[in-house]
Design a protein around this ligand. Structure first.
Ligand SMILES: CC(C)(COP(=O)(O)OP(=O)(O)OC[C@H]1O[C@@H](n2cnc3c(N)ncnc32)[C@H](O)[C@@H]1OP(=O)(O)O)[C@@H](O)C(=O)NCCC(=O)NCCS
Length: 162
Protein backbone atom coordinates (compact mmCIF):
# COMPACT_ATOMS: atom_id res chain seq x y z
CA UNK A 1 0.00 0.00 0.00
CA UNK A 2 1.36 3.41 -0.95
CA UNK A 3 1.53 5.69 2.07
CA UNK A 4 0.45 9.33 1.71
CA UNK A 5 3.21 11.94 2.19
CA UNK A 6 3.69 13.02 5.81
CA UNK A 7 2.63 16.55 4.86
CA UNK A 8 -0.78 15.38 3.61
CA UNK A 9 -3.83 16.37 5.62
CA UNK A 10 -5.07 13.55 7.79
CA UNK A 11 -7.86 13.17 10.34
CA UNK A 12 -5.22 11.60 12.59
CA UNK A 13 -3.27 14.84 13.04
CA UNK A 14 -4.83 17.89 14.58
CA UNK A 15 -3.50 21.30 13.69
CA UNK A 16 -5.49 24.41 14.41
CA UNK A 17 -4.43 27.89 13.30
CA UNK A 18 -0.77 26.90 12.93
CA UNK A 19 1.84 28.34 10.61
CA UNK A 20 3.44 25.23 9.17
CA UNK A 21 5.87 25.48 6.30
CA UNK A 22 4.75 23.22 3.44
CA UNK A 23 8.11 21.40 3.52
CA UNK A 24 7.75 20.44 7.20
CA UNK A 25 6.78 16.84 7.95
CA UNK A 26 4.08 16.41 10.54
CA UNK A 27 3.34 12.81 11.44
CA UNK A 28 -0.06 11.39 12.42
CA UNK A 29 -1.28 11.45 16.02
CA UNK A 30 -0.01 14.96 16.67
CA UNK A 31 -1.79 17.86 18.31
CA UNK A 32 -0.61 21.28 17.18
CA UNK A 33 -2.36 24.57 17.75
CA UNK A 34 -1.46 28.22 17.08
CA UNK A 35 2.22 27.29 16.79
CA UNK A 36 4.87 27.70 14.09
CA UNK A 37 6.88 24.97 12.38
CA UNK A 38 9.54 26.12 9.92
CA UNK A 39 10.89 24.64 6.69
CA UNK A 40 12.05 21.01 6.63
CA UNK A 41 11.31 20.50 10.31
CA UNK A 42 9.97 17.14 11.49
CA UNK A 43 7.32 16.56 14.14
CA UNK A 44 6.98 12.94 15.20
CA UNK A 45 3.88 11.09 16.35
CA UNK A 46 2.25 11.82 19.71
CA UNK A 47 3.84 15.27 19.91
CA UNK A 48 1.85 18.22 21.25
CA UNK A 49 2.90 21.77 20.40
CA UNK A 50 0.99 24.56 22.07
CA UNK A 51 0.05 28.11 21.24
CA UNK A 52 2.95 30.41 20.41
CA UNK A 53 5.62 27.70 20.46
CA UNK A 54 8.07 27.75 17.55
CA UNK A 55 10.14 25.04 15.88
CA UNK A 56 13.00 26.26 13.68
CA UNK A 57 14.08 25.10 10.27
CA UNK A 58 15.36 21.52 9.96
CA UNK A 59 14.75 20.80 13.62
CA UNK A 60 13.44 17.40 14.60
CA UNK A 61 10.94 16.86 17.40
CA UNK A 62 10.84 13.14 18.18
CA UNK A 63 7.76 11.24 19.24
CA UNK A 64 5.96 11.83 22.53
CA UNK A 65 7.53 15.22 23.21
CA UNK A 66 5.60 18.15 24.61
CA UNK A 67 6.34 21.77 23.67
CA UNK A 68 4.27 24.17 25.70
CA UNK A 69 3.46 27.83 25.25
CA UNK A 70 6.60 29.93 25.58
CA UNK A 71 8.98 27.42 23.98
CA UNK A 72 11.15 28.42 21.05
CA UNK A 73 13.36 25.80 19.43
CA UNK A 74 15.94 27.19 17.02
CA UNK A 75 17.18 25.76 13.74
CA UNK A 76 18.95 22.40 13.24
CA UNK A 77 18.04 21.12 16.69
CA UNK A 78 17.28 17.56 17.74
CA UNK A 79 14.69 17.04 20.45
CA UNK A 80 14.65 13.38 21.51
CA UNK A 81 11.71 11.24 22.49
CA UNK A 82 9.41 12.22 25.34
CA UNK A 83 11.16 15.49 26.06
CA UNK A 84 9.05 17.60 28.38
CA UNK A 85 9.16 21.38 28.41
CA UNK A 86 7.55 23.46 31.16
CA UNK A 87 6.55 27.11 31.36
CA UNK A 88 5.60 27.68 34.98
CA UNK A 89 7.78 27.27 38.07
CA UNK A 90 4.96 27.26 40.61
CA UNK A 91 6.62 30.35 42.05
CA UNK A 92 3.37 32.13 42.83
CA UNK A 93 2.19 30.97 46.26
CA UNK A 94 -1.08 29.12 46.73
CA UNK A 95 -3.97 29.80 47.17
CA UNK A 96 -3.76 32.99 45.10
CA UNK A 97 -1.72 31.25 42.50
CA UNK A 98 -1.92 32.79 39.10
CA UNK A 99 -0.43 31.20 36.05
CA UNK A 100 2.81 32.99 35.25
CA UNK A 101 4.15 31.89 31.91
CA UNK A 102 7.93 31.62 31.66
CA UNK A 103 9.75 31.17 28.39
CA UNK A 104 12.27 28.55 27.28
CA UNK A 105 14.66 29.26 24.44
CA UNK A 106 16.63 26.54 22.71
CA UNK A 107 19.27 28.02 20.44
CA UNK A 108 20.42 26.54 17.13
CA UNK A 109 22.13 23.12 16.86
CA UNK A 110 21.10 21.97 20.34
CA UNK A 111 20.53 18.24 20.98
CA UNK A 112 18.22 17.13 23.77
CA UNK A 113 18.34 13.51 24.88
CA UNK A 114 15.26 11.38 25.37
CA UNK A 115 13.12 11.83 28.43
CA UNK A 116 14.77 15.09 29.46
CA UNK A 117 12.68 17.64 31.35
CA UNK A 118 13.40 21.31 30.93
CA UNK A 119 12.32 23.92 33.45
CA UNK A 120 11.96 27.39 31.88
CA UNK A 121 15.57 27.99 30.82
CA UNK A 122 17.79 29.13 27.98
CA UNK A 123 19.86 26.46 26.23
CA UNK A 124 22.85 27.88 24.39
CA UNK A 125 23.82 27.02 20.84
CA UNK A 126 25.40 23.58 20.32
CA UNK A 127 24.65 22.44 23.86
CA UNK A 128 23.83 18.77 24.45
CA UNK A 129 21.36 17.67 27.11
CA UNK A 130 21.74 14.08 28.36
CA UNK A 131 18.95 11.55 28.35
CA UNK A 132 16.76 11.84 31.43
CA UNK A 133 18.27 15.14 32.56
CA UNK A 134 16.23 17.63 34.56
CA UNK A 135 17.49 21.02 33.45
CA UNK A 136 16.88 23.61 36.14
CA UNK A 137 19.31 26.33 35.09
CA UNK A 138 20.41 28.00 31.87
CA UNK A 139 22.90 25.92 29.88
CA UNK A 140 25.85 27.75 28.30
CA UNK A 141 26.60 27.38 24.60
CA UNK A 142 28.46 24.15 23.84
CA UNK A 143 27.96 22.63 27.29
CA UNK A 144 27.18 18.92 27.63
CA UNK A 145 24.95 18.46 30.67
CA UNK A 146 23.33 15.44 32.30
CA UNK A 147 21.77 14.27 35.52
CA UNK A 148 19.13 15.39 37.99
CA UNK A 149 19.59 18.28 38.39
CA UNK A 150 21.65 18.63 35.21
CA UNK A 151 25.33 19.46 35.71
CA UNK A 152 27.99 20.27 33.12
CA UNK A 153 29.98 17.17 32.09
CA UNK A 154 32.15 18.93 29.56
CA UNK A 155 32.19 21.80 27.08
CA UNK A 156 32.45 21.41 23.34
CA UNK A 157 34.94 23.40 21.28
CA UNK A 158 32.68 25.96 19.66
CA UNK A 159 35.43 27.12 17.29
CA UNK A 160 35.06 23.80 15.41
CA UNK A 161 31.27 24.02 15.13
CA UNK A 162 29.12 26.02 12.69
C1 LIG B 1 25.02 13.12 28.02
C2 LIG B 1 25.68 12.36 26.89
C3 LIG B 1 25.63 13.20 25.60
C4 LIG B 1 27.13 12.18 27.33
O1 LIG B 1 27.78 11.36 26.43
P1 LIG B 1 29.39 11.17 26.59
O2 LIG B 1 30.04 12.49 26.45
O3 LIG B 1 29.79 10.10 25.65
O4 LIG B 1 29.53 10.77 28.11
P2 LIG B 1 30.07 9.41 28.75
O5 LIG B 1 29.28 8.27 28.28
O6 LIG B 1 31.55 9.42 28.57
O7 LIG B 1 29.72 9.65 30.29
C5 LIG B 1 30.42 10.59 31.11
C6 LIG B 1 29.85 10.49 32.51
O8 LIG B 1 28.51 11.03 32.50
C7 LIG B 1 27.58 10.03 32.91
N1 LIG B 1 26.40 10.15 32.05
C8 LIG B 1 26.36 10.03 30.69
N2 LIG B 1 25.12 10.26 30.23
C9 LIG B 1 24.36 10.49 31.33
C10 LIG B 1 22.99 10.78 31.48
N3 LIG B 1 22.19 10.88 30.42
N4 LIG B 1 22.55 11.00 32.73
C11 LIG B 1 23.38 10.91 33.80
N5 LIG B 1 24.70 10.65 33.70
C12 LIG B 1 25.17 10.45 32.47
C13 LIG B 1 28.29 8.69 32.72
O9 LIG B 1 27.77 7.73 33.57
C14 LIG B 1 29.71 9.08 33.04
O10 LIG B 1 29.85 9.16 34.44
P3 LIG B 1 31.21 8.71 35.17
O11 LIG B 1 32.27 9.65 34.67
O12 LIG B 1 30.91 8.86 36.62
O13 LIG B 1 31.48 7.30 34.72
C15 LIG B 1 25.00 10.99 26.59
O14 LIG B 1 25.31 10.04 27.58
C16 LIG B 1 23.50 11.09 26.46
O15 LIG B 1 22.73 11.04 27.45
N6 LIG B 1 23.03 11.24 25.19
C17 LIG B 1 21.64 11.35 24.86
C18 LIG B 1 21.22 10.14 24.01
C19 LIG B 1 19.79 10.26 23.56
O16 LIG B 1 18.88 10.42 24.35
N7 LIG B 1 19.60 10.18 22.28
C20 LIG B 1 18.28 10.29 21.69
C21 LIG B 1 18.27 9.61 20.36
S1 LIG B 1 17.16 8.24 20.37
Amino acid sequence: MKRPPASAPSPLKKSRACKIDPTAKIMDFTNLYECEVAADAFVGPFVEIQRGAKVGARSRISSHSFLCEGVTVGSDCFVGHAVMFTNDKYDVPLPNREYKMRATTVEDFVRIGSNATLLPVKIGRHAIIGAGAVVTKDVPAGAVVAGVPARVLKTRDLSKLP
